[in-house]
Design a protein around this ligand. Structure first.
Ligand code: AR6
Length: 173
């Protein structure tokens, strides 16, 4: 069966999916925005798991992803990926953002995850232009579906209205 893409407006920490994705930073030690919300709602088990990953493999570069428990969240796993900081567009930002989505999906596939929810990576504190980020997000997920249909459902969870409106147009919902 063809996987489906769905759009949701709201807080990703409330989503019942096998995994939710965190827009983390390279330290993996938490921060503001959706990262702060996930660690607050999920409790200390997530930070503990992030520290263990850091001890083993160091920090997480932009475009890469790691996986931890979901702690107290309704989601079983959190996939922490690091989006690029927007620097005008000449620092490979678009490729790095696509890598963040693709590597999160790969990790999900390896863990047998069927349903996954993404926030709008890099479009907050990291200032990636929202329209371009949304186009990259949707395109990367669609490309992934052409490669594997093992992930059955991808949710784009938009917290702010601007992103929600952009995704509505893009997905024709
Ligand atoms: N649920 C879903 N989306 C949310 C939530 C939430 N609870 N809260 C915010 N967003 P940002 P970035 C949206 O800034 O730009 C952190 O400090 C928000 O509206 O969270 O990738 C990290 O530690 C925006 O559309 O992440 C890094 O240092 C989107 O999430 C840095 O921010 C991403 O905004 C990463 O910056």
């Amino acid at each position: 069966m063809m996987p489906i893409i769905q759009l949701v407006r709201g807080d990703i920490t409330t989503i019942h999916a096998d995994a939710i994705v965190n827009a983390a930073n390279s330290s993996l030690l938490g921060g503001g925005g959706v990262d702060g919300a996930i660690h607050r709602a999920g409790g200390p088990a997530i930070l503990e798991a992030c520290r263990a990953i850091r001890a083993k493999q160091g920090s997480c570069a932009a475009g890469e992803a790691v996986i931890t428990t979901g702690g107290k969240l309704p989601a079983r796993y959190v996939i922490h990926t690091v989006g690029p900081v927007w620097n005008g567009g000449s620092k490979n930002e678009e490729q790095l953002l696509a890598n963040a989505y693709r590597n999160s999906l790969k990790l999900a596939l390896e863990h047998g995850i069927k349903t996954i929810a993404f926030p709008n990576i890099s479009t907050g504190i990291y200032h990636f232009p929202k329209q371009r980020a949304a186009a990259i997000a949707v395109e990367t997920v669609q490309q992934f579906f052409a490669y594997s249909t093992a992930i059955e459902q991808v949710l784009f969870v938009c917290f702010d209205e601007e992103n929600y409106n952009i995704y509505q147009k893009l997905l024709h919902t």
